[in-house]
Design a protein around this ligand. Structure first.
Ligand code: X2X
Length: 338
C-alpha cells in the first residue's frame, strides 16, 4: 500500500513536473542548430558507437532543435587540421588526445607521462579529480570549451612489423610512429628509439609502405583501424594511458541557448562514461581476436622500461616543463614518479 501510494504521488509529481519542464520548449523550437563533431577513429570504435547514440538522445531531448553530424575517421582532416578548424569555428566539436592538444595547451599532456597510472581506477580518480579539473581550466584559458568527462582511448601497447619488444634495448633505433606531440617524441627518444610524428589518418599507410616499422595504440584501435593487417607483433607494454577530451568551439557553444547547452553537456558526459566501460571491456578481450588475425603477443616486464625512461631523464625533464603545481597534483593522485 505504502509503495503504491508513493508511486502514485511520484507519477503525479512527474506529470506536474512535465508541464513545468515543458516551459523551455519554445526556447528549443525558436532556433535550430546543426553542429559538426569530428574525430579520428573508425565508425566501429566504441567512441563513435556511443557518439551516435548520444547525438540521437540530444536531438530527441531538444525536440530536434539541436542536430549533431558526426564525422569519424578524420574525414574533415588530420588531427592537426581539425584542431585548427575547431579553433576557427569551421568544426564545432572535436575529441582530441590531451597529448596532441599539448601544442596549444602545454599542461594537457601531463596525463600521458609514461607509466603514471597503474590501472583504470587510478586513471578515473585522477582525471575526474583535481588533475582533470586543472587541465580543463588550462584548456578553457586557451579559448576552447571542454566537457567534464574525458573519453577513454586506453592503455597503449607497442606493435611492430619486425620484432617484438622484450627489453628496453629493443627500442634502440626502432622506427616508430608517434602522434604529433612533444611529450610522445621525448618519451620514445628517452628509450633510444627513432620516433616520427605522423597524424593518425596516415598511420596505416605509413606502416604499409614501411616509412615506419612500429606504432603504439590501445588494442581497441589496433583492431578497429585494422593495424593488425600491417603489423606482426604486439608487445603489451601499457606504457601510457591516453584519453580524448570532448572539445567545443567557444563562440559556437556560447550561441546555444542555456537549455540546449545543458542537454548537450549531460549527454556527452554520460556517453563518455559509457564509452569508458566499452573500451576497457574491449581491451581486455581483444587479444584473442587479434591473435586469430595473426598477431603475436608478448608481455614485457615494465620495470626496466620505466627505469630506462628515468635514466634517459624523461621524468625530470617533464617535471620541470609542467612545473611544480601540475606535477604535485599528479603525484598527489598517483604517488611519486621521479
Ligand atoms: O593518433 C593516435 O594514435 C590515437 C588515435 O591514439 C590518438 O588520437 C592519440
Amino acid at each position: 500500500m505504502k509503495i503504491s501510494r508513493r508511486s502514485v504521488m511520484i507519477s503525479a509529481a512527474g506529470v506536474a513536473g512535465a508541464a513545468v519542464v515543458g516551459a523551455p520548449l519554445p526556447a528549443f523550437a525558436a532556433k535550430t542548430f546543426r553542429y559538426k563533431y569530428a574525430n579520428n577513429l573508425s565508425r566501429t570504435h566504441p567512441l563513435n558507437i556511443r557518439a551516435r547514440a548520444m547525438a540521437k538522445a540530444i536531438e530527441d531531448e531538444t525536440h530536434g532543435a539541436f542536430k549533431l553530424d558526426i564525422f569519424p575517421d578524420s574525414q574533415l582532416g588530420s588531427d592537426t587540421e581539425t584542431l585548427n578548424q575547431l579553433r576557427s569555428g569551421a568544426v564545432q566539436f572535436f575529441t582530441l588526445s590531451g597529448l596532441i592538444l599539448q601544442t596549444l595547451v602545454p599542461a594537457a599532456a601531463i596525463s600521458g607521462i609514461g607509466f603514471a597510472f597503474p590501472d583504470y581506477p587510478a586513471v578515473w580518480k585522477t582525471m575526474d579529480g583535481k588533475l582533470g579539473a586543472y587541465i580543463r581550466g588550462q584548456i578553457e584559458k586557451s579559448g576552447l570549451v571542454v566537457m567534464d568527462k574525458i573519453w577513454d582511448n586506453g592503455f597503449r601497447e607497442v606493435t611492430t612489423g619486425t620484432k617484438p619488444i622484450v627489453t628496453p634495448a629493443d627500442f634502440h633505433d626502432l622506427k616508430i610512429r608517434v602522434p604529433v606531440s612533444p611529450l610522445w617524441t621525448s618519451m620514445f627518444k628517452a628509450l633510444g628509439a627513432a620516433p616520427t610524428s605522423i597524424n593518425f589518418n596516415e598511420v596505416y599507410s605509413a606502416l604499409q609502405t614501411k616509412v615506419v616499422d612500429a606504432q603504439e595504440n590501445p588494442l581497441a584501435i589496433i583492431q578497429t583501424a585494422k593495424l593488425y593487417e600491417v603489423q606482426k607483433f604486439c608487445s603489451l607494454t601499457n606504457h601510457m594511458w591516453d584519453g580524448f577530451w570532448f572539445l567545443g568551439n567557444k563562440d559556437a557553444w556560447d550561441s546555444l541557448p542555456k537549455e540546449i547547452q545543458t542537454v548537450v553537456a549531460k549527454h556527452t558526459n554520460e556517453a563518455g562514461v559509457l564509452e569508458r566501460a566499452d573500451v576497457e571491456g574491449l581491451n581486455s578481450e581483444l587479444q584473442k581476436k587479434l591473435t586469430s588475425e595473426g598477431m603475436k603477443f608478448n608481455t614485457p616486464d615494465p620495470k626496466p622500461i620505466r627505469e630506462a625512461l628515468r635514466q634517459g631523464g624523461f621524468y625530470s625533464e617533464w617535471k620541470k616543463k609542467f612545473g611544480d603545481e601540475a606535477w604535485s597534483i599528479l603525484e598527489g593522485s598517483v604517488g611519486t614518479l621521479t
